[in-house]
Write a protein that binds this ligand. Structure first.
Ligand code: S3P
Length: 432
C-alpha cells in the first residue's frame, strides 16, 4: 500500500487517535495470568495487539470481545497451556520480548517467532538476563525464533546495560515465575506501564532508588483496565498540527505518562504551541486532552534522557525539525537502528528524498530546517516512518508519496480516516 498526500489542508477539530499499544499488550498479558476475570476497554485493534490476543487464546485463555469491551478470564500464573504451534507475534518486538519473560518459567516448551523484521531484531538483550535466571532459550545468532525449554528460574538483581522498557518488563515478568525476588535497575527511566499495571492487578512492585523489585509467585487479581489514546500515535498529529499552517486541533484522552512523554518536552523546546487540558488519571495512567496550534518551530538538540522518553517519536520529531527554522541534532539514539526498521537510516533517507539537508550519524542525525519539497519516500515497512512522512506531506511544498505502508495497521489501523477527518489530504493507493 502506498500513501499520497497533497499539501495544504490545515488540521482542525477533535482527533481521537488509536489506543495505546504498550498498555494494550500488557493488559492482555496481565489479565491472562491474573486470577479471575478482567475487562479491558479501548483495547487497540492493531495487528500487533491482535497477535498478542491470538497468542493467549492459543495458550487456552478465554477472551471474548463484545461492544468495545474485551473480557479475559484469567487462568493464573501457572494456568496457561502449552500452545500447539509456534506463537507468531507478527511485527511486535514488545509482544515477543515480554512473552519470552513470561513463558521461560512455564513447565512446557514453546517457540516465539514473527515476521521478517522481527526475526532480524536483537534478542541478546533479553537472552542474557533470562539465562542468568536459569532460563533455557535457543536462538540462532541471538535472533528469533526463540525456542524455550522449561527450566526452574531464580530471581536476579539485574543492572540493565541499555534503557529498554521491553527488557525491564521481560525480566520482571520472568521474576513472577522465579524463586525469590527479582530486581532491575535501569540506566535511564523508560516507560513504566508494566510496573503501574502490575500494581493495579494487586501485585506488589517496590520502586526505590531506581530499582524495581517483584517477588516470585505473586498473585495478580483480575481488574478493569481502560487504555488511553496512544501518545506515540498522537505524536504525528502533534507535529502535523504544529507545522501545517492554520492548524488547531484537540487530541482527546491521550496518555501523558511522564516516563514516555518526552515528545511534549522536546516540542515545547522547539516552540510548539501545546496546551494540556483536563489532566486526570485513567486507572493507573495519567491522561490529558492536548490542544495544538500551528507555530513557528526552531531547531534544538535531542539527546541524553530525551531519547528513552521519546524513543518512538523520533521519526515525527525529525519531520518537525525539517520544517523548523535552524538545525536540529539528534544524538544518543543508536537504539533506533534496531526498531521495526533502522529508523535512523530510513528517516534520514526519507528527509533527503524530500530535499532536506540531513547528515546521518551512527547514533542520530543532523537536520537542517527550512521546509520540505514534495517527493517519494520509502517507509521500509515501518509504520512510524510511514505516518511521520504522511504528516510531512501536509506541510511540504509538493505532493509526498510514501511506499510500503501496510504496517500502519500494526499500531493505528484507521490512521488514514482519522487523518482525513482532521483535514489531511491523504489517499491510499496500491503499490505502484
Ligand atoms: C515498548 C518499549 C519501547 C518502544 C516500543 C514499545 C514497550 O521499546 O520502542 O515501541 O511497550 O515496552 P524498548 O523498550 O526496547 O526501547
Amino acid at each position: 500500500m502506498r500513501l499520497v498526500v497533497h499539501p495544504g489542508g490545515a488540521l482542525r477539530g477533535e482527533i481521537r487517535v488509536a489506543a495505546d499499544k504498550s498498555v494494550s499488550h500488557r493488559a492482555i498479558m496481565l489479565a491472562s495470568i491474573a486470577e479471575g476475570a478482567s475487562r479491558v476497554r479501548n483495547l487497540l485493534q492493531g495487528e500487533d495487539v491482535r497477535a498478542t490476543l491470538a497468542a493467549f487464546r492459543a495458550m487456552g485463555v478465554r477472551i471474548r470481545e463484545a461492544g468495545g469491551v474485551v473480557e479475559i478470564d484469567g487462568v493464573g500464573l501457572r494456568g496457561l497451556r502449552r500452545p500447539q504451534a509456534a506463537l507468531d507475534l507478527g511485527n511486535s518486538g514488545t509482544a515477543l520480548r515480554l512473552l519470552a519473560g513470561l513463558l521461560c518459567g512455564q513447565e512446557w516448551p514453546s517457540e516465539l517467532s514473527g515476521d521478517a523484521s522481527l526475526r532480524a531484531r536483537p534478542m541478546e538483550r533479553i537472552l542474557e538476563p533470562l539465562a542468568r535466571m536459569g532460563a533455557r532459550i535457543g536462538a540462532r545468532a541471538g535472533k528469533p525464533p526463540l525456542r524455550i525449554s522449561p527450566a526452574p528460574l531464580r530471581g536476579i538483581q539485574y543492572e540493565m546495560p541499555i534503557a529498554s522498557a521491553q527488557v525491564k518488563s521481560c525480566v520482571l515478568l520472568a521474576g513472577l515465575c522465579a524463586d525469590g525476588e527479582t530486581a532491575v535497575r535501569e540506566p535511564a527511566p523508560t516507560r513504566d506501564h508494566t510496573e503501574r499495571m502490575l500494581a493495579a492487578f494487586g501485585c506488589e512492585v517496590r520502586r526505590r532508588d531506581g530499582r524495581i523489585t517483584v517477588r516470585g509467585g505473586a498473585t495478580l487479581r483480575g481488574c478493569d483496565i481502560e487504555a488511553p489514546a496512544d501518545l506515540s500515535s498522537a505524536a504525528f498529529f502533534l507535529v502535523g498540527a504544529s507545522v501545517i499552517r492554520g492548524s488547531d486541533v484537540l487530541l482527546r484522552g491521550v496518555g501523558v505518562n511522564p516516563s514516555r512523554a518526552g515528545v511534549l518536552d522536546v516540542l515545547k523546546r522547539m516552540g510548539a504551541d501545546l496546551e494540556l487540558h483536563d489532566e486526570r488519571l485513567l486507572g493507573a495512567e495519567p491522561v490529558a486532552d492536548i490542544r495544538v496550534r500551528a507555530a513557528e518551530l526552531r531547531g534544538c538538540r535531542i539527546g541524553g534522557r530525551d531519547i528513552a522518553l521519546s524513543i518512538d517519536e523520533i521519526p515525527a520529531l525529525a519531520v518537525a525539525a525539517a520544517c523548523a527554522r535552524g538545525a536540529t541534532e539528534i544524538s544518543d539514539a543508536a537504539e533506533l537502528r534496531v526498531k521495526e526498521s533502522d529508523r535512523i537510516g530510513g528517516v534520514a533517507a526519507g528527509l533527503a528524498a524530500l530535499g532536506a539537508a540531513v547528515e546521518e550519524r551512527a547514533d542520530g542525525m543532523r537536520i537542517q530546517g527550512g521546509g520540505l519539497r514534495g517527493g517519494r519516500v520509502d517507509s521500509r515497512g515501518d509504520h512510524r516512518i510511514a505516518m511521520a512522512f504522511a504528516l510531512a506531506g501536509g506541510a511540504a511544498r509538493g505532493a509526498v508519496e510514501i511506499d510500503d505502508c501496510e504496517n500502519i495497521a500494526t499500531s493505528f489501523p484507521d490512521f488514514c480516516s482519522v487523518a482525513r477527518g482532521a483535514g489531511l489530504d491523504v489517499q491510499s493507493a496500491p503499490s505502484a
